[in-house]
Design a protein around this ligand. Sequence first.
Ligand SMILES: Nc1ncnc2c1ncn2[C@@H]1O[C@H](COP(=O)(O)OP(=O)(O)OP(=O)(O)O)[C@@H](O)[C@H]1O
Ligand SMILES: [Mg+2]
Length: 328
Amino acid sequence: MNDNVITVDSLVKSFNGVVAVNDVSFDVSRGEIFGFLGPNGAGKTTTINILCTLLKPDSGRAFVNGYDVLKYKHEVRESIGLVFQDPSLDDRLTGWENLEFHAYVYHIPKTERKRRMIEVLDMVALTDRAHDLVRTYSGGMKRRLEIARGLLHYPHILFLDEPTIGLDPQTRNYIWNYIEDLKKREEITIFLTTHYMEEAEHCERIAIIDRGKIIAMDTPDNLKRMIGGDVIRLKTKDDNRARKEILSLFPQVEMLPDKDTISFKVSKGDEFIPPLIRGLGVEIISINLHRPTLDDVFLKLTGREIREEGMDETASLRFAPFGRPTRR
Ligand SMILES: Nc1ncnc2c1ncn2[C@@H]1O[C@H](COP(=O)(O)OP(=O)(O)OP(=O)(O)O)[C@@H](O)[C@H]1O
Ligand SMILES: [Mg+2]
C-alpha cells in the first residue's frame, strides 16, 4: 500500500533567474522522520515553503497529506504544524498568550483550548514558565515553545525548518529528546531541514540537497556506507617497515596516500585494530579510527564541506552573543 504523506514531483522554483529548487522529487512515508541536509542556500526553506503553501512553485507538483498544495491550501495548512527557521514568537507576550493566539487563529474550539495548551506545554517542559514573558526565555525555551505551538492543533505532519539552529549542543540534544519522544507517542510524520550533520543522524532517511538538487537520498547508515569503510591512521617507530608488514599481513586493506601517517581503509575498523596491534612487529606510537560521517558523504559528492559554508551573515548576526535578533 502506498502510505506516503508527502509526495513531491519535479519541483522547480527560481527567484529572479536564480534556481533555488531545481527538479526536486521525493516521498515521505507516514510516521517517518525525514530530513533535508544541505548547506546555506541549498533550497531547503524554499522547498518547505512550497510544501506548506507559503510559496508557489514555477512547476512540478506536491501533495501533503493527500492534498495538492496548489489546490487545497486550507486543508494542507490544517493538517500540518510548522516551525519556521526564523524566530516567530511575540516576545512581549507570555508563552501561554502565544499559544492562545495560535489556538484562536486555528479555530481550536474554546472548550478544547486550555486542555491542549496544558498538554503541549507539559510535552516541552515549559509548564512552570508558561506565564512568564517570552522575552525572559532562553533560546532553547523559545524553540521548545515554537514546537509546542506547532503541535497545538494536532497536525499529522510537523515541519521543522532548522529546529536547533544557533542553539548549544546540550539544548539541541534536549530538543531532540522531545522530538523522538513525540514520535513514539503520536502518529506524526516529521519533515525537517538542517545543515548540522549530527542532527541529520537523528533522521530515519535523509535527502542531501545542494544548489537546489537532491544529490543523494537514503538512511544515514546507507549513505555513510557509500564512503566504503573506516579509515585507520597509524604512527609507528618505523612507518616504512610497518606499511610493508600491514600489506603482507592484511592484503585486504586499501592504503591511502598520506605523507605523515600510515592511512588505510578497512571495512570494520573497530574489529581490525586488535589483530593489527597483535600482529605488527613495529612499535605503535598512536592509532586513530575514523568512521565515515555525513560530512564525508557530502565531501565525496560535492568536493566541498557542508561546514565550509557555515552560517550566512544574517544567521551569525542573529545569533551573535550580544546582538538582538535582526529578523523577526
Ligand atoms: N524570497 C526570495 N527572493 C530571492 N531569492 C531567494 C528568496 N528566497 C530564497 N532565495 C534564494 O534561493 C536560494 C535558496 O534559499 P533557501 O532559503 O531555500 O536556502 P536554505 O537551504 O534554506 O538555506 P539556509 O541553510 O541558509 O537556510 C538562495 O540562493 C536564496 O538566496
Ligand atoms: Mg533555510
